[in-house]
Design a protein around this ligand. Structure first.
Ligand SMILES: Cc1cc2nc3c(=O)[nH]c(=O)nc-3n(C[C@H](O)[C@H](O)[C@H](O)COP(=O)(O)OP(=O)(O)OC[C@H]3O[C@@H](n4cnc5c(N)ncnc54)[C@H](O)[C@@H]3O)c2cc1C
Length: 356
């Protein structure tokens, strides 16, 4: 383009984007936008590093997102380990270890969130820690605030617990232990630790406070879980809990804001796919938001595109996850399911592939 003498140079200025919530979805989106030169500010109510209730087992297409955003090495540098095998236990039965249909990555949220926050800052993103956003979610503002605390009017109330431990010998990289109260996943993570994370239900009629969290995580006396944790040395600083979980699937298109991650919907944690959905939804949002920032599209069109793409990507796995969770957490079905999983490759493939 030739400029006439005295003609002002027109600079194309990117409009800034504010991301509310510096968890996995918010930080990944922030990194993707910074890689495209978009000015980004992230508000995070908490700070880094911090422990989060999470199985810390990353499985599914989100791993491809991480590779495309150039974040794979960051995970390795933070100490991530690969998981290749899994085994399934009820109170009285168990399967032999099975290969996972595809490898998973395991890394504590303590390290993972802090590594992503550091990367975002290296890309000159503005990250405001210990700052709760209280403004409007209007144009230019993204909601990545995580799960929406919600008590279901009917049915059980779900809560999650997690603690790290040492001195546990697992028979597989991921062990899933189901019981009438819920399930506990034991997963090898960085630095020789094992993450002990569970999802439990409390019925509306139960007024008493949930049992001591550590007791629940240890499982009923005599169960394979209890035996596995008999020698465990727990890292008390890593203990955390979360309640008010709503596992009812929601659609992004039903939200009037642009949302990523659990702010759209939470997939039942038993699938180990929530983090993947956080990464994937963030990636799906990058191009439409970068286009809005350049002035190439309207906010409303960007919102519609992101919502459509997220719903198309997640609808099938959300539907399967709902049924899988129901099956696994129905006490009468737990022993037959373990027996089926012992005999059938089909069950494993179905459970893994359809929820990813
Ligand atoms: C028991 C349990 C086990 C799980 N296990 C697994 C697993 O093994 N594998 C897996 O893939 N997924 C698992 N998940 C799901 C996974 O943890 C979530 O899907 C993932 O953390 C979602 O990331 P996010 O960024 O959307 O939300 P989050 O990681 O929750 O981040 C949201 C952030 O927003 C911040 N925030 C909220 N409101 C504001 C505000 N107003 N202003 C500023 N900041 C705000 C919060 O402080 C938080 O840091 C599990 C979940 C549970 C409950």
């Amino acid at each position: 383009m030739c400029l006439l003498p005295g003609e002002p140079v027109k600079m194309s200025v990117n409009k800034p984007i504010t991301i509310v919530g510096g968890g996995l979805a918010g930080l990944t989106l922030g990194i993707g936008l910074r890689q495209r030169g978009v000015p980004v500010t992230i508000y995070e109510a908490g700070n880094y590093p911090r422990h989060r209730v999470c199985g810390e087992f990353i499985s599914g297409r989100g791993q491809e997102t991480l590779a495309r955003l150039g974040l794979g090495e960051l995970f390795q540098a933070a100490g991530a380990v690969s998981a290749h095998t899994t085994a399934f236990f009820s109170a009285t039965r168990f399967t032999a270890p099975r290969p996972l249909p595809s490898a998973a990555i395991c890394l504590s949220r303590f390290k993972l969130d802090a590594a992503l926050a550091k990367k975002f800052r290296e890309l000159s993103g503005e990250l405001l820690e210990s700052k709760r956003f209280a403004g409007d979610f209007g144009e230019g503002v993204i909601r990545s605030t995580g799960r929406r605390a919600q008590v279901e009017p009917r049915g059980p109330r779900w809560f999650g617990l997690k603690i790290h431990a040492r001195n546990i010998k697992l028979v597989a990289d991921l062990e899933m232990h189901v019981s009438p109260q819920g399930y506990v996943g034991l997963c090898k993570i960085n630095d020789g630790e094992v993450n002990v994370c569970g999802l439990f239900r409390k019925n509306e009629s139960e007024n008493s406070e949930a049992k001591n969290g550590r007791e629940l995580l240890r499982g009923p006396a005599g169960s394979p879980l209890h035996q596995r944790l008999a020698t465990a040395e727990f890292d008390e600083d890593s203990f955390c809990a979360v309640a008010g979980l709503s596992l009812r699937p929601q659609q992004a298109a039903a939200r009037c804001e642009i949302c990523v991650g659990d702010a759209i919907t939470m997939i039942p944690p038993v699938t180990g796919n929530g983090m993947s959905m956080a990464f994937e939804s963030a990636e799906l949002a990058v191009a439409p938001l970068a286009a809005w920032s350049r002035g190439g599209t309207s906010w409303s069109d960007a919102r519609q595109k992101i919502a459509q793409d997220c719903d198309a990507a997640f609808a099938r796995r959300l539907a399967w996850a709902k049924w899988l969770q129901r099956l696994i957490l129905t006490p009468a079905l737990q022993n037959p399911l373990v027996a089926l999983a012992t005999r059938s490759d089909w069950f494993w493939r179905l459970a893994f592939e359809r929820t990813r």
